[in-house]
Design a protein around this ligand. Structure first.
Ligand code: 26Q
Length: 831
């Protein structure tokens, strides 16, 4: 279809569906009509893809979340319709931004993991791989965040109000998923048949969301499963039903696709969550099996045509569920079913935080999924028998590798055992998986473990969100990088070209001014676009150390108060972060950030040079606005804790300079740009581990208590591990903690001071804020000094942009496709 046809169709739709003309229609109706036409085009494309897939292996990417971001602009751009559509609107006196504003951010994800899934779909479509995403169609996405008075308030995210328009219900693909009840096994001639008594059946219907490829004909579906209540047919059987019980069950199960869980690390054994997970995997696998059987004689070759990827352990029940379907519904014996299952499945781990590793209480699983539990037990019986034979006299190891322990089923062990390949999401993370988290499995089966470093959709995160930089790059090296991201390396020599650097500085200044206007419009205060924009945007978590950043800002504040005449380049710190609703410490840190922002804003003596802006309701759209305006990218997690990070890549791609620890993908950014173009500080992962093992004592970094400050001269130098802690540092940190105790903007933060000093749960701060403070401060100060030299700064920025191509999700996806999924792009001749 050419662009004019497209605009004409939108116009026809406006008339036919709403009885409106393009010049009098409201933006919402134009939005709905446009989405309706895009959806029809994409549905047609995806149907032709379904045909092509019959003869080729495809990947199904299972993920409890897809944080797709707004789609109107990105889809129009990918489909080559954007420019003409804007002109067509303008001719009618309409404006693209007004129409685009009708779309809410579809918040069906928490953070990094969900956003990664969305970036991967973008690249799979761009590279024309046969693929589909599978997730749930949550009625409500991640909560909208308000922060009145610094307290986080969570409001429901009703994304379907504008999001429904993108969805195509696929009634014909509805399947049944059973929960609860009792399992009856009947053995006949060595074969078991399974019956369920008193199980509750929920219908699952997919609502498809389509992702277009970049300038090709691809349209990949993300199938979002939604609960549909089963119609009740009144029969003698039904008359014996306990109807009270039925209503109770209906009330519970109808909520399965109701809400996204807003936690991104904390595991909690909630029945509804396990039901969501099983609902996703059961519906998905039934869908894949019936699609396979519609064009193949049997399931013997299922794994030759299907790569099934489980994104974190959340869909790990796919392993026992595929076993169940193969054995109970399709008559396979155990060994054959297991061979097919392991050949089909692969698993990406996204976290090493122990509190995030999912373990389901046995009782809960037995009452909810009795047949799955018997399969898990059999997998485990065979696993532990095999391990005991291979590791005699190593009962401890065998117990640690078992799927069951302490009355829990361990999903990470299940995911490792039931997959042919396991990968981490950055070099350092994959190494930690091999050496620590899964070391026993890795020593028995080293070839199972690999690394695929995460990536980002550079077409969204550069081309769409930073048009000025994109234009400069295109003028300089052409537009090849849009499809071949490593072409950006051709920009590298321009770091030494003053004209290029000036043009870069100039556009950054404009981006900052635009962003300042936006902030002023939405939040009331206008940041100074001539100050350094220093950005930390990510979920709020102790390990990400927003608290460390806040301590340093307090340090700067004190220093400005004490020495107002100093030469201080104005600096604006931006934070955006949602805290999990039940995460108390995260909410306290959020409050501190907010209060500190207010206190500084009211201090006439410093506010022109230092400010802290907490931007509420962080989401994909806000990220797209702030990233092109960022000078400094803070990636300061305690080493070994951040699996990869992807915000670090987005900021680098837009030329922000990283201030970070040797953690996650920062390590690879360092490798890409070299040590002169990134600012690394703090303990590395091995040192962190060693220090925690040896015993970390944060009080070494503070003035000894119980003595007046000036009487403690004899403690001028105190050693803390390898560190030399001088008295000036102790004074700085003590006065920062005093300030927390005294209160900031009327709020007392003694709890945070105690956390830093003594720790809580009888352990000192495991994220080592005080320990890393001095090096952080030194490194940040050094980086800031460089800002005063724009020639040097924009040379560094240029090198960052130039080397960011390797972090495109196109590159990650090619690796997954070639090394893990073994899939090929569709032939160009498919139409
Ligand atoms: C688990 C159980 C119950 C409820 C919720 C959850 C849950 C939900 C989401 C647990 C974890 C998540 C999300 C994790 C996540 O986003 N991890 C991030 O993944 C990114 C992509 O690989 C990495 O870049 C980040 O480093 C990692 O933190």
């Amino acid at each position: 279809m050419n662009d004019l046809d497209f605009c004409r169709k939108v116009e026809q739709c406006l008339t036919a569906d709403f009885g409106l003309e393009r010049d009098t229609a409201r933006p919402r109706q134009i939005y709905l009509a446009t989405v309706s036409i895009l959806r029809q085009i994409l549905l047609n494309r995806s149907l032709s893809l379904e045909k092509a897939e019959e003869t080729q292996k495809k990947v199904s990417y299972l993920c409890m979340e897809f944080l797709v971001g707004k789609m109107l602009e990105s889809h129009l751009r990918a489909m080559g319709l954007y420019e003409d559509y804007c002109v067509w609107l303008a001719e009618a006196g309409q404006n693209f931004d007004a129409v685009a504003a009708e779309e809410q951010d579809p918040g069906i994800g928490n953070g990094g993991l969900g956003r990664l899934a969305a970036c991967f779909m973008d690249s799979l479509a761009a590279l024309d791989y046969p693929a589909a995403g599978y997730s749930l169609c949550y009625e409500e996405g991640l909560f909208c965040q308000k922060v009145p008075g610094g307290e986080q308030v969570e409001l429901p995210d009703t994304w379907l109000y504008s999001g429904e328009a993108w969805l195509t219900p696929r009634d014909e693909k509805t399947v049944a998923v059973r929960f609860g009840g009792k399992v009856k096994e009947t053995w006949r001639q060595g074969k078991v048949s399974i019956h369920y008594e008193g199980a509750y059946t929920v219908l699952a219907r997919p609502y498809d969301l389509f992702i277009p490829g970049y300038h090709n004909d691809a349209a990949l579906p993300i199938h979002l499963w939604r609960v549909v209540p089963e119609p009740i047919r009144f029969s003698p059987d039904e008359s014996r039903r306990d109807w009270d019980e039925h209503w109770r069950e209906q009330e519970f199960y109808s909520k399965i696709s109701g809400q996204l869980y807003p936690d991104d690390t904390q595991y909690e054994g909630k029945k509804l969550r396990v039901c969501q997970q099983y609902f996703l995997v059961s519906a998905t696998l039934q869908n894949l099996i019936s699609a396979h059987l519609s064009c193949h004689a049997s399931l013997d070759d299922f794994a030759e045509y299907n790569a099934i990827h489980i994104n974190d352990t959340h869909p790990a029940l796919a392993i026992p569920e595929l076993m169940r379907l193969l054995m109970d519904e399709h008559g396979y014996d155990w060994d054959h079913a297991w061979t097919i299952t392991v050949a089909a499945l692969s698993y990406t781990n996204h976290t090493v935080m122990p509190e995030a590793l999912e373990c389901w209480p046995r009782n809960l699983l037995s009452e909810t999924l009795p047949r799955i539990v018997s399969i898990l037990e059999e997998i485990n019986r065979r696993l532990t028998a095999d391990l005991s034979a291979r590791l005699p006299r190593e009962a401890k190891k065998v117990a640690a590798m078992s799927l069951e322990g302490d009355g829990m089923f361990r999903m990470a062990n299940l995911a490792v055992v039931g997959s042919h390949t396991v990968n981490g999401v950055s070099q350092i993370h994959s190494q930690i998986l091999r050496e620590r988290v899964f070391s026993d499995f890795a020593s028995l089966n080293p070839e199972k473990f690999t690394n695929v470093t995460n990536g980002i959709a550079h077409r969204r995160w550069l081309c769409q969100s930073n048009p000025r930089l994109t234009a400069l790059i295109t003028e300089t090296i052409g537009d090849g990088f849009i499809s071949n991201p490593t072409d950006l390396e051709r920009l590298y020599p321009y770091a030494d070209n003053p004209d290029f650097r000036h043009a870069f500085a100039d556009l950054r200044r404009k981006n900052k001014a635009d962003f300042s206007d936006y902030v002023a419009g939405v939040y009331g205060r206008r940041p100074d676009p001539d100050s350094i924009f220093d950005v930390q945007i990510k979920r709020l978590h102790e390990y990400k150390r927003q608290l460390l950043n806040a301590l340093r800002i307090l340090g700067l504040y004190h220093s400005l108060k004490e020495n107002p005449e100093q030469n201080f380049y104005p600096q604006t710190f931006f934070f955006a972060a949602k805290a999990a609703p039940g995460y108390r410490m995260a909410k306290r840190i959020l409050k501190l950030l907010w209060c500190l922002g207010e206190e500084i804003a009211r201090d006439k003596a410093v506010r022109d040079r230092l400010s802290l802006v907490f931007l509420p309701d962080y989401n994909v759209s806000l990220a797209q606005r702030i990233i092109p305006a960022a000078d400094i990218s803070q990636q300061i997690s305690t080493a070994g804790k951040e699996a990869s990070g992807t915000g670090n890549m987005k900021l680098m791609l837009n030329g922000a300079i990283t201030l970070g620890t040797l953690d996650g993908a920062n390590v690879e950014i360092l490798e890409a740009v070299g040590k002169d173009n990134i600012f690394i500080f703090g303990k590395n992962e091995k040192e962190v581990e060693a220090l925690l093992r040896a015993g970390y004592d944060p009080r070494r970094y503070l003035l000894p208590t119980g003595r007046p400050k000036d009487a403690a001269a004899d403690t001028a130098v105190v050693s803390a591990g390898a560190d030399v802690v001088d008295r000036a540092l102790q004074e700085t940190l003590s006065s920062i903690l005093d300030h927390l105790e005294k209160g900031i903007y009327g709020e007392n933060f003694s709890d945070l001071a105690a956390y830093l000093k003594i720790g809580y749960h009888s352990a000192p701060d495991p994220y080592l804020c005080l320990c890393d403070y001095a090096d952080y401060d030194r490194t940040a100060a050094h980086l800031k000094r460089l800002y005063a030299d724009p020639e040097r700064w924009f040379a560094m920025a240029t090198r960052n942009v130039a080397m960011a191509g390797r972090f495109s999700s196109d590159i990650s996806i090619r690796r997954y496709a070639e090394r893990i999924w073994k899939i090929q792009p569709l032939p160009a001749s498919r139409k």
